[in-house]
Design a protein around this ligand. Structure first.
Ligand code: SRM
Ligand code: SF4
Length: 553
């Protein structure tokens, strides 16, 4: 009888990291050679430098066109107006003239060809941002609450986000060598061959690692879906410490029950002075215990799920030299951005701007550029809900910015219907090589259709958090939405129901496959029952969880 044995061989990525621990690959010489694409191994190294090799899937029938995706590393998602101008110009000069705000407070460029790659990355560095570790088996962009309240506690949380991002950055000199100097490192030179990163070691992490900071009651960055979450405990505007959450992650594969979305466990409380020690402790637990044989099983969430909370507490205590205290009380109530103009506590103004599916383009792109040029002192804050917040605006400038945006038909009030405002989709086609179905190009139209159904049923104006992804990897965090569409094949989606408004509950599969033309027919009866049977004020996701999904089992 055939048996299925767990793989014991190191994955190929482990072998190439060990062979070239600077992560230089042959990236610089490949760029210099004038070819249009990288080798498979270089493509793996490229990720650590913040770039993915892709091909335009719309053009596949007429031949393969290699394009690169480049992702910035922007801790907490905060950019100066000048940096926004640089990114805007780079998208025009080297990309597809769009800026894609990501679900981790960053910006992606799509459609960059080989010749544009180095100048683009170099200019990001000149602007004092980076792309190093935006992707790869390292700590990724660290998230922090985007709402600019400018209170003392918030400022400290933001400073802590930067502190952790810096402390966990890889130290390889290959990044500077490739992108700034344009020089290929000699991979056989002893100092390069034997390079060992002081934190990550020679082979880095088994897989990506994700960190977020949140300040209750707002969970606008879905903290429990991160490997490591810091939940700020604030008393009288003083940050007294953090609750530590570990082991969240969403990636899964269709038909593989060994892969699953998981919310992080809150395992204790510690004081802010130990922050970096705790961050390094959790990261090195992943480094030392993560599975290096099977990349689908290599996330920290599986270490936590399989070894348990007590194991994590003991390891964190020992590695960080602390004793975790019992977690403090906290409560999350919302995960949505504040759109429109709001006054910050320091008296300045900020404007939450809805960005449809995170794609800044056309008139919105032009208008934001104009605002950035005219008002160099404002901040551009990227939200993990794929929106942009213009912050630090004075009373005097508010009206001019409104007029400038409105003149370009960019709304500053009533920017999107309630369902659109609460939606997110991953890019999927045509750039993502893993997409099984449309997502970013599909969801807006589907929401229009769902809106019609809702209006018919008297549910117009009802907020329902709807997210879609082109495959089960979970990039737009579908598994905590009230309704999620997860691509299975062109025009076919798995439908998940039952997330809540605070991002503290996973949803569940309702229908394994729904074809695009059947969406209304399938969803209408469920929404109709919800309209009739809900408790007063009850949300759709809560009703699904309390009543509807229970009946399905
Ligand atoms: Fe993601 C891979 C886009 C956030 C889980 N993700 C990808 C790639 C790079 C496809 C690839 O590997 O070839 C996608 C590039 C598509 C494109 O054309 O741009 C991609 N992920 C994105 C972004 C842009 C989606 C978005 O709508 O904004 C997000 C970029 C964030 C950033 O700035 O760093 C993005 N990805 C996420 C999240 C959400 C989060 O982190 O909060 C998740 C789920 C959380 C998690 O990590 O568990 C996520 N992405 C994945 C996975 C599944 C990982 C796993 O555990 O199995 C993959 C596939 C992989 O790594 O092999 C993936
Ligand atoms: Fe690509 Fe899948 Fe992520 Fe969407 S969820 S961007 S299809 S990897």
């Amino acid at each position: 009888m055939a048996t299925t044995e767990a793989p014991t061989k190191l994955s190929h990525n482990e072998i190439i990291k060990d062979a070239i621990p600077t992560l230089a690959g042959t990236i610089a010489s490949t760029i210099a050679s004038g070819t249009d694409h990288f080798s498979d191994d270089d493509n793996q190294f490229l990720k650590f430098h913040g770039s993915y090799q892709q091909d335009d899937r719309d053009l596949r029938k007429t031949g393969k066109k290699y394009i690169m995706m480049i992702r910035g590393r922007i801790p907490g998602g905060v950019m100066t107006a000048k940096q926004w101008c640089v990114f805007d110009q780079l998208a025009t000069d080297y990309g597809n003239n769009t800026l894609r705000i990501t679900t981790r407070q960053s910006i992606q460029f799509h459609g960059v060809v080989m010749s544009g790659l180095r100048p683009l990355v170099a200019k990001i560095n000149e602007s004092l941002l980076s792309t190093l570790a935006a992707c790869g088996d390292v700590n990724r962009n660290v998230l922090a609450p985007p709402t600019p309240a400018y209170t003392k506690a918030r400022e400290q949380v933001f400073a802590d986000c930067h502190k952790v991002a810096l402390a966990l950055a890889p130290q390889t000199k290959a990044y500077h060598s490739i992108w700034i100097d344009g020089v290929q490192l000699d991979n056989d030179a002893a100092e390069n061959k034997n390079f060992v990163d002081p934190l990550y070691g020679k082979t880095y992490l088994p897989r990506k690692f994700k960190i977020a900071f949140a300040i209750p009651p707002t969970n606008d960055l879905d903290i429990f879906t991160n490997c490591l979450g810091f939940i700020a405990i604030v008393e009288n505007d003083k940050l007294i410490g953090y609750n530590l959450a570990v082991g969240g992650g969403l990636g899964r594969s269709h038909g593989n029950e060994q892969t699953y979305p998981r919310l992080a466990d809150v395992i204790g409380f510690f004081t802010p002075d130990k922050l970096v020690d705790v961050a390094k402790a959790v990261l090195t637990i992943h480094r030392d215990f993560g599975d290096r044989t099977d990349r689908k099983h290599a996330r920290l969430k599986y270490v936590v799920a399989e070894r348990g909370v007590k194991f994590m507490q003991d390891e964190v205590n020992q590695r960080a030299g602390i004793t975790l205290a019992p977690a403090r009380l906290y409560q999350f109530t919302t995960m949505q951005d504040l759109l429109g103009w709001r006054k910050a506590v320091d008296g300045s103004w900020f404007l939450g701007l809805f960005v449809n599916m995170g794609r800044v383009k056309d008139a919105q792109k032009t208008a934001l550029r104009q605002v950035a040029e005219k008002f160099p002192n404002i901040e551009f804050r990227l939200s993990a809900n794929q929106n942009v917040i213009l912050a630090n605006v004075s009373d005097a400038d508010k009206a001019t910015i409104t007029a400038l945006l409105n003149a370009a038909a960019v709304k500053t009030e009533n920017q999107a219907t309630i369902l659109h405002a609460a939606s997110m989709a991953c890019p999927s086609l045509p750039t993502c090589g893993l997409g099984l179905a449309e997502s970013e190009r599909y969801l807006p139209g589907l929401i229009d259709r769902i809106e019609k159904v809702c209006a018919d049923l008297g549910l117009g104006g009802e907020e329902i958090i709807i997210r879609s992804t082109g495959c089960p990897n979970g990039c737009a965090r579908p598994y905590i939405a009230e309704i999620a569409f997860v691509g299975k094949a062109p025009g076919r989606y798995q439908v998940w129901l039952g997330g809540n408004a605070s991002g503290t509950r996973l949803n569940r599969v309702w229908k394994d496959v729904v074809k695009d033309p059947d969406m209304e027919t399938e969803l209408r009866p469920v929404l109709a029952r919800f309209a009739k049977e809900r408790n007063s004020g009850e949300r759709f996701g809560d009703w699904c969880d309390r009543v509807f999904l229970k009946e399905q089992n």
